[in-house]
Design a binder for this molecule. Structure first.
Ligand code: TA6
Length: 296
């Protein structure tokens, strides 16, 4: 569907608008009556911007990011499915660089603006992962940003999956950034294998950090002191939180990430992983994450 057809079918005056984004990729712009805005590329159903008010950007997107078919955007909120991290499939799965379709847009009576993006299996995905699937990402913009990710199994066999909303937050200064709410939670550290438990009430960042907190609390708070704001992250139906900052050396190894950009971002990801979920034939799984920006 081209821009004109998308606008005709799914556009909502002053609320939902389809435009050509970077790399000529199609994006949807959402605008809430409060002035909050969000931007979602159909490429990967990839949210690249959430502004709580004009100019108050919450998400990080690398200045060096690619914007082209087949390559994930670096930053924003990549959708990870059916594999988290490395494994038999491409890293972080099959869907974050595919063309998703618009299924629905709506302006609720409460003023919340929403869009539903959908992706189904095809010959390319089945060649890598022999299961039919139907994915749906619902993005709802109000005074908060709410994401609901749904996985359906239309096939006749169960399948295992892991999934994450791999959110990159923009911060003023990583040295003035901290994360509350993980104390006492077990985690897997990709940099120092072996089981461990978070002992710190306040997680801070002074080195490469790459951890999966499994059975994590449903609410954590990112304190972006340099921007005088706190981001409350609330999840449901998801068991894990991943915390990542590439720091100096890994930043240099990423071709789509500036060497110094680690100073101004941190990933706090929500998802269902580690003990993979197994979805029975005909069954559906849903997980939600809500972000609220609070004065800090
Ligand atoms: O979520 C953390 C992580 O698994 C890190 O290990 C790092 O590789 C990051 O994802 C980014 O992965 P990507 O494939 O997008 O470069």
């Amino acid at each position: 569907m081209n821009l004109r057809q998308l606008q005709q079918k799914y556009g909502i005056p002053n609320r939902v608008r389809f435009t050509e984004g970077q790399g000529g990729l199609t994006r949807a712009g959402l605008e809430h009556a409060s002035g909050a805005q969000a931007e979602i590329y159909l490429h990967g159903a990839h949210i690249t911007s959430w502004q709580t008010a004009p100019g108050c950007e919450v998400l990080f997107v690398s200045c060096a990011s690619h914007f082209q078919d087949g390559i994930p955007i670096r930053g924003g909120i990549p959708v990870i499915f059916p594999q988290f991290g490395d494994g038999p499939l491409p890293k972080h799965g099959l869907v974050r660089a595919r063309a998703w379709a618009v299924a629905r847009t709506a302006l609720g009576a409460d003023g919340v603006v929403s869009i539903i993006l959908r992706l189904e299996d095809d010959a390319q995905t089945r060649a890598l992962w022999p299961h039919p699937f139907c994915l749906q990402l619902t993005v709802s913009l109000g005074l908060v940003l709410t994401l609901e990710f749904t996985v359906k199994n239309p096939g006749s066999a169960p399948f295992p999956f892991q999934t994450a909303l791999h959110t990159y937050f923009q911060v003023a200064d990583i040295a003035q950034t901290s994360l509350f709410g993980l104390q006492g939670t077990a985690f897997e550290d990709f940099l120092h294998p072996g089981p461990a438990v978070e002992t710190r009430e306040v997680v801070t960042f002074d080195r490469e950090t790459d951890r999966i907190y499994v059975n994590a609390p449903d609410r954590v708070v990112l304190d972006d002191r340099g921007n005088k704001r706190k981001i409350a992250i609330a999840k449901s139906g998801m068991n894990a939180i991943v915390v990542w900052n590439p720091w100096i050396e890994k930043s240099k190894r990423l071709d789509d990430f500036g060497d110094d950009e680690y100073r101004h971002m941190v990933c706090v990801e929500t998802g269902r992983m580690r003990a993979p979920a197994v979805l029975a034939p005909g069954a559906q799984w849903s997980g939600q994450t809500t972000f609220a920006s609070l004065p800090g």
